[in-house]
Structure formats: structure tokens, C-alpha cells
Write a protein that binds this ligand. Structure first.
Ligand code: PHE
Length: 435
């Protein structure tokens, strides 16, 4: 589950969201949202998955037989696939940057020219499309072969490595002249920046980062053993996920200010900033810079893959369980669908930039629709189901793993699942919808 949670959402999305939505104030709302909304959703999904041993569609059908709720479960699976489509585009960018790091191209033209490289890369039609295809193909192959054991092993090696590399980059980033403005941006909140929109984005970021509301955690939990402590894995996953996001924020933002890049530069932020850091490092020591850059883009790529496979797995499990499809046919079908939508997202940075829907490009629309609306709706759905369709005894049974351990803060947890999370989520959802 940590493999699913920790990925581009932490390293790529978090820093640019912070930069677009007001720095420290955004971070405070994000932390609160994670503790009081995301954690209850995470637990709800874990409970529903482990209780029913089914994915979102099957779980809702089993708990509410004969009703149409299961189609809401299906909607969450579709959301996971929409995310996969644009996620794979950004995964493709990391493929390209990994290759660029192998050819040591960051140190060549001088640090100041590096940020512009990204703009010219994504606006081209072919190269980003090829990279998107490679990333999605890797995802499909891993899910097709069903190498779950391999994935777990992979995550266990790459996540600690990613941690070390981010710390190295963070320390270096702090040493750059002009970086202190970046730190101030992250720790001095401007409370006037907190609007309903900021709250909606911070909540969306928290859900995105923890893979919530799209049935992924529910699907993974359907394989968890009865003795596993759900509360411990929930807190562990949320804490490490939040830790990675913070580290990434503190590694990137000082360099953003040092390089004179606008914090609100959007989805390209880290792809403009990190190469700048590597180029600067290269001025002092080309070898260290090359090693850090290569390892860093490789670990980003792997952690992105451990997330993307969890999205595809959600859809593939559904087609296998509910439609009786064979694994490879399901993988093939979903590959075609997500590749097509992903290709449109990729082209929306170049030839399709003028295609705007509700004032958003196709990429922006897919991102906003899922993070700000569909994930929120899914999160609401799962807390309602776990909180109100299951009895208190069922909840106690799951949270104590059948009486194996004492459930921590049980009353508070149930209160959050039943009242706080659904009420706050739906209020922000509706307000944001009208805005
Ligand atoms: N949580 C993942 C990340 O941070 C993205 C994700 C979203 C994964 C939804 C699965 C489902 O990169």
C-alpha cells in the first residue's frame, strides 16, 4: 500500500500544488485533511476490502445487495483508470529524464538553460507520446504477469533509496544562494490564502497522494490477512506518504527560488527545478551529480510504477472478478483505453493545447476531475458504507483484527468515519462545485 501511495503524487504533484496554492497555508490544510479526512477514508477502504475480500464493485454489491450502489463502486474504478491515463504521461516524462540523466545532459548547457528544456520537450508531439507508451507498457507487463511479490520487494528497496536521495538533494538545495526565500515560503503561512478552493485542492492532493476514493486501497486490502493491524498500516502508510511529500517540498522549493522559477509554474515544476539542482551540483562535482541524478530518476520511475500498477490492478481485478475476463485480455483492453486518453493528455501540452473544456486543457481536466471531484465522491461513498452500512461490531472486529489487538482510539475513529469525514468532504465538494 505504501508502494501505491508513494509516487509521483509526492514528488511531482505535491511541490507544484504547494507552489500554485499558497505555500505554507496549503501545507497546513493538507496535513489537517490527511489526519481527519484521509485517514478515516483509508481505514474505511481497508475495512470494506478485507471484510468482503472483493474490489469496490463487488464489495458494495455484497454489503448492499440488490441496490444500485455497486455502480458507484464502478465509478471509482473508472476514476482510477482516468488517473492512470494522465499519470502515465508524467511517468513518461520521468522515463525521458532518466534517459537524459544517463547521457549527463543536465550539466552540459549550464544550469540556467536547463529549466527551458522541459518546455520544449513536452510541447513536441512524438517524444512525450513514445515515453507515455513505454511507461504504460511497463505497467501493463507487470500487472499482466501478476508479479506481486516482485513489486513488494522492489518497493522495499526503492523507497528507502528514494528517501536517502531526496535528503541528499534537500541538503544541497538548501546550500544554494537565494534558497532561504523558499524555506520562508514553506513555513510562514499567509492565512489569507486559505479559500474554499485552496481547501478543495489540499484535500484533493491528500486523497491523490494516499490513492484514496478510487478503490485501489480497497482492492489491495481485499488480499490482507485477517491478523494484519489495519490501524497500524493506515497510520504507517499515511505518515510515510506525508513524510515523502514534505521532504520533496523542502528539497524542491528552495531551489525553485534559487533558480528564479515561479513557484506557480505548474506541472513542469520539478522537471525544471531538479535538473537545475543537478546542473549546479555538476559544476562542483560532475561525478556525484551524475550518480545522484541517475539514481534519483530511476527511483522516481520505479516508485511511479508501483503506483501505476495499483491503478491498473484495480480495473483488472474488476474485469476478472466480475466479468470473468482473463488477466491478459483485461490488461490489453484497459491498456488501449488508458493509452488513448493518455495520448490526448500528452498532446494537450503541444498540438492540442487550444482544446479547452471548462477552461482546462485535457490534461488539466482529467487531473481536476479526478483529484477534486471523483476521488472526493469516492471517499465520501466509502466512509458512508463503512460507517453506516456496517455495524459497530463489524467495525470493532475489523479494527481489532477479530480481537487480536486492542483497537486504538476506537470511538474517535468511528466518529471520524461516521460524521466528520463525510460531512466535511461533502460540504467542501458541493461548495467547490458551485464555485
Ligand atoms: N498515490 C499515488 C501517488 O502519489 C497516485 C495514485 C492515485 C495511485 C490513485 C493509485 C490510485 O503517486
Amino acid at each position: 500500500m505504501a508502494g501505491s501511495a508513494i509516487g509521483l503524487g509526492n514528488i511531482w504533484r505535491f511541490p507544484y500544488m504547494v507552489g500554485e496554492h499558497g505555500g505554507a497555508a496549503f501545507i497546513i490544510v493538507y496535513i489537517l485533511a490527511t489526519l481527519f479526512l484521509s485517514l478515516p477514508i483509508f481505514l474505511s477502504e481497508s475495512i470494506l476490502g478485507r471484510r468482503t475480500h472483493l474490489g469496490p464493485f463487488g464489495a458494495l454489491a455484497k454489503i448492499s445487495p440488490g441496490t444500485k450502489w455497486k455502480y458507484m463502486g464502478l465509478l471509482t474504478i473508472i476514476s482510477a483508470l482516468i488517473i492512470l491515463s494522465f499519470y502515465s504521461v508524467v511517468g513518461g516524462w520521468s522515463v525521458d529524464y532518466f534517459v537524459k540523466s544517463l547521457t549527463l545532459s543536465f550539466s552540459r548547457g549550464g544550469a540556467d538553460s536547463v529549466p527551458a528544456v522541459f518546455g520544449s520537450f513536452i510541447s513536441k508531439p512524438v517524444a512525450p507520446l513514445v515515453c507515455h507508451t513505454i511507461f504504460l507498457l511497463l505497467t501493463a507487463l507487470i500487472v499482466g504477469f501478476g508479479v506481486k511479490k516482485g513489486i513488494e520487494l522492489f518497493s522495499k528497496v526503492t523507497l528507502p533509496l528514494l528517501f536517502i536521495l531526496i535528503v541528499v538533494i534537500l541538503v544541497y538545495s538548501l546550500s544554494l544562494p537565494g534558497s532561504s526565500a523558499g524555506i520562508a515560503y514553506l513555513v510562514k503561512p499567509d492565512f489569507s490564502k486559505i479559500t474554499v478552493e485552496t481547501v478543495a485542492y489540499a484535500m484533493g492532493q491528500s486523497f491523490f497522494s494516499l490513492s484514496l476514493g478510487v478503490g485501489t486501497i480497497l482492492t489491495y486490502s481485499s488480499h490482507i490477512s485477517k491478523s494484519e493491524n489495519l490501524m497500524a498500516s493506515g497510520i504507517g502508510t499515511a505518515a510515510s506518504d506525508m513524510g515523502f511529500a514534505m521532504l520533496a517540498g523542502f528539497a524542491v522549493m528552495p531551489a525553485v527560488f534559487a533558480a528564479g522559477i515561479a513557484p506557480g509554474a505548474g506541472p513542469g515544476l520539478i522537471f525544471e527545478t531538479l535538473p537545475y539542482i543537478f546542473a549546479k551540483m555538476g559544476e562542483a562535482s560532475p561525478v556525484i551529480s551524475a550518480v545522484v541524478a541517475i539514481l534519483f530518476f530511476l527511483t522516481i520511475l520505479v516508485s511511479a510504477l508501483t503506483s501505476s500498477i495499483s491503478m491498473l490492478e484495480t480495473g483488472v481485478s474488476y474485469l476478472e472478478e466480475e466479468k470473468g475476463m482473463r488477466r491478459w485480455s483485461a490488461v490489453g483492453l484497459l491498456f488501449l483505453l488508458t493509452w488513448t486518453l493518455g495520448a490526448l493528455c500528452s498532446l494537450s501540452f503541444g498540438p492540442l493545447a487550444d482544446v479547452q473544456i471548462f477552461g482546462c486543457t485535457i490534461f488539466e481536466l482529467c487531473d481536476k476531475l479526478t483529484a477534486n471531484f471523483l476521488m472526493t465522491l469516492g471517499g465520501f461513498l466509502f466512509t458512508i458504507f463503512a460507517g453506516w452500512k456496517l455495524s459497530k461490531d463489524d467495525l470493532r472486529d475489523e479494527l481489532s483484527s477479530g480481537g487480536l489487538h486492542r483497537p486504538v482510539a476506537f470511538r474517535l475513529t468511528v466518529f471520524l468515519i461516521r460524521y466528520i469525514a463525510p460531512i466535511v468532504i461533502i460540504t467542501i465538494f458541493i461548495t467547490n462545485l458551485f464555485l
